[in-house]
Structures are given as C-alpha cells and as structure tokens.
Design a protein around this ligand. Sequence first.
Ligand SMILES: Cc1ncc(COP(=O)(O)O)c(C=O)c1O
Length: 360
Amino acid sequence: MLHPRPEIRALHPCPHGGPNFAEALSLGIPPESILDFSVSANPFGPAPAVRSAAAVAPIDRYPDSACIELRGTIARALGLAPENLFIGSGSMEIIRLLALAYISPGDRVLIPEPTFGEYEVAAKIMGARIIRCRAGEGTGFRFEVNDLLARIQEHHPRIVFLSNPNNPTGQYWRRDEVESILRADADALLALDEAYIAFTEDRWNAIDLLSYRNLLIIRSLTKDHALAGLRIGYAVGSPELIETLRKVSPPWNVNAPAQYAAAAAIQEQAYVERCREQVLAARDYLVKALLQRGFRVLPTEAHFFLVKVGNAAVFREDLLRRGIAVRDCTSFGLPEYIRIAPRTMPECRKLIEAIDSPGK
Ligand SMILES: Cc1ncc(COP(=O)(O)O)c(C=O)c1O
C-alpha cells in the first residue's frame, strides 16, 4: 500500500466560495447562471483592454519563466525594482511556495482566526505546528494586536499569516499595528496578504514598510481585475525573499495569457477605481437593507461583510435553489454567519428580494 507523508494523510481540503458545479447541476441550475455573491471579486469583470491582451498571447511556446516584462511593468507602477517582485499563478501559489521555502517540520506558524483557510493548509503540508489566535464573537471577530504580539513573543513563529483586510471579517490592520508585528520578531516572516486591498476603505501603502526584511506583501489580480480564471498574483519583498521564492517555483509557473493580461491590467487602475466606487456604494445599500430587516451585520472595512443568519448552511441552500450564491461561513468556524460581497446594484436588489421571500 502506498501512503503519502503523514502530514498529507491528515490534511483536509479547504472549502471556498464560488460555484460548486456538481451541487448546482444536481439542483438543475446551470452553474454559469448563478448570481454569485460568494466570491469577493470585481462584479464588473475585467477591463476590455485586459481581455484583448490575453487573447493575443502566444500559446504555442513557453511563457517567460522569469516574467521579465511583467515584473518591469509592475515595478515601474509601484516605484520598485523588478528584483522586489515575484509573479505567481494566483496569490495562492505564492502562499504555497512561501511555505515550501521557509517551513521545516515542527516550525510554528501563527494564524489569527477566523481567516482564509489556505494558510493553514499550506503550513500543514510542510508539517508546521499551527499556533492559533482566535477572535471571539463579542468583538465581531476582530483581533487585538496585543494578543498577536504576545503569541509572537511566546512562540517565535517562522511565519505569521495576516490577511489585510481579513477574509471573512473585513478587519483592516492599521499601519502602526502591522509595524509592531514586524518589529516583534525580526526572524518571524510576516506574510501580509492584500488580496482585497483594492476595495478597502482608508488604505495605507504597505510598500512603505519594505525596509523591514521580514515583510512579504502578497497581492492578487483575481479580485480587483476580475481575473480569477487566469490565475495571477504577485509578491513584493526584499530581493533575498524574492530570490528564495524563485528557487522553489516551478518553471513557467505563470501562463502567457495571464502575463499579457496582467501587464494590461496594471495600466487600468482608473477602471478599478471607478468599479471600486460602485462596489462600495452597493455594499452600503446591502448593509442598510439587511439592517432594516433586522439582521446583525458586522462592521467591515472591506467590501465584503458578515451577516448573522442563524443556520448559514440552510440559508445558503435556500438562496442557491433560486440561483443566488452566498458564502456559508461554517468552514471559518462561523456556522451562523454568511459572507456577502456586493455585485451590481440591480443584482443586489435581486438578492434583497430573494431574502424577503425565503423558500419561494
Ligand atoms: C485572503 C485571500 N488570499 C488569497 C486568495 C487567493 O487568491 P488568488 O485567486 O490570487 O489565488 C484568496 C481567495 O479567496 C483569499 O481570500
């Protein structure tokens, strides 16, 4: 009998938002027709120039393994050197490569929860010991930075994973809080995941903290540029950190259409800003409508937010039967909550209408 490593045998896959194709088909709903409030991506889709750029990418030869042009383009846009940038096949790949490069079996990894479940999966694959720090319902699942600092001082983790803003709560760590985490232990690598930064309120620029050698900023083009299907993200860090990621990366990890689309997307910041205004207005509409209907909606600094609905699995399934997807937060340890990300205003109105007529 062939057995994988013990760490892999004990591993459980992490559930995600987005359409579950098998489930939708079993309910007789074409997956592409689902109104999806469960993935917190730009509901307006990619800018037209981004689609066109992807379409002309050569697919009959290998892509540039070092992503030289794309790194140059992003470096210029951010005022950095290409040596500060690593491009990944989605930010998810960067999270995995970081764990692969830095975690030895038994190393401690600090994960404030509830948060994105893939940090734990990446760390466990490498045999890490997870140090948990869980925020409670009393604070709306918001963390206190001092709790985190105490855990760092006690456990000296190899990596601290911080989703900023945090998925699923929308808590956005301030610059001084992040800086205190970076200062707490120079040997603890802070993976600052900014997948949702584009739609966050009162943003500050984490790149200003790059003089801390233990900081790796991870960004995604999935959410702001609506490129989930292409798989593209990037990491910003010291040349040493970036070189280490490159060492463990598979060759040709970023496909050619993704590289072409990303280079075009970086020039489309004005498009994202226009979408951002509408997304935040749609969020405010949804929050107000839900509060008026007596739901508990938790405060957020991101565009997505948590709503207490009782039994989240039942609530989600009732909406799904009517072609609307929301994120059941049971896998975050929040079985009474759903997470909603705004869509266009007409679509948001449909969601509220559906909530007004349960079971129909
Ligand atoms: C916090 C966070 N980071 C990273 C990712 C992965 O994004 P990508 O599509 O760039 O791999 C997600 C996806 O849901 C996420 O929620």
